[in-house]
Design a protein around this ligand. Structure first.
Ligand SMILES: [Ca+2]
Ligand SMILES: [Ca+2]
Ligand SMILES: [Ca+2]
Length: 179
C-alpha cells in the first residue's frame, strides 16, 4: 500500500503530466509535452529525433491508459493515477517494466553531455512539462548533494527511485518532480 507521503509525491508527478492543468491527464497533454520537447530541443518537426520521441511518449501514454484508466473515459484522473501506482510500485518487476523506462529513455535526451544532468538540463526538462523553472532550481539544489552543479547518471537513477519509494522525507530524490 502506498503511504500518504508517496501519494503526495505522486500528486506532483500528476501535475507534471497534466500540462494544461485541467486535473486530467489526456492525450492533448501528452501532445503538448511532445510539442514542447520539439521546440526546446530544436528538433526539426518530422525529423527522426522528433518522431522517435513522439513514439516513445505515445508508448508511455498507452501504458498509462491501459493501466490507469479504469472508468474507460480515455483520460486519467488523479485518483486513477495514484491507484495505478499501487500496481506499478507493487513489485520490482513492475517498477522495471512500467516506471524505470521513463527515466532510462529520457536521460540520453535531457543530458547534454550524456553522462550528467546539469542545472540547465534539469530546468529545460521542467520547462518541457510546463513546470516552474524556479522550482527546478530549488529541486536541483536539494538533489545535487555535493554541490558541484551536476547529477551523474548513477545518482539520477538513485534519486528517481527515491522519488517513488522513499518514506524518509529527508531523502533528496523526493524532490525529483518538484518540492
Ligand atoms: Ca490535462
Ligand atoms: Ca479515466
Ligand atoms: Ca553533484
Amino acid at each position: 500500500m502506498l503511504t500518504d507521503f508517496q501519494k503526495r509525491k505522486l500528486i506532483r508527478l500528476f501535475n507534471f503530466y497534466d500540462s494544461n492543468g485541467n486535473e486530467y491527464i489526456e492525450h492533448k497533454d501528452i501532445f503538448e509535452i511532445c510539442a514542447n520537447f520539439t521546440r526546446e530541443y530544436n528538433w526539426q518537426p518530422g525529423s527522426d529525433q522528433d518522431f522517435d520521441f513522439r513514439e516513445l511518449f505515445l508508448d508511455v501514454w498507452k501504458k498509462l491508459i491501459c493501466l490507469a484508466d479504469t472508468n474507460l473515459d480515455n483520460k486519467i484522473s488523479l485518483s486513477e493515477f495514484i491507484e495505478s501506482y499501487e500496481v506499478t510500485l507493487g513489485s520490482e518487476e513492475n517498477y522495471l517494466e512500467f516506471v524505470l523506462p521513463f527515466f532510462e529513455n529520457l536521460f540520453p535526451i535531457i543530458s547534454t553531455d550524456k553522462e550528467n544532468i546539469s542545472l540547465s538540463d534539469f530546468k529545460k526538462l521542467y520547462g518541457c512539462f510546463q513546470n516552474d523553472e524556479a522550482i527546478a532550481e530549488d529541486a536541483f539544489k536539494i538533489m545535487d548533494l555535493n554541490g558541484d552543479g551536476s547529477i551523474s547518471k548513477e545518482e539520477g537513477f538513485i534519486l528517481y527511485r527515491q522519488f517513488y519509494f522513499s518514506q524518509d522525507e529527508g531523502e533528496p530524490g523526493n524532490s525529483f518532480f518538484g518540492i
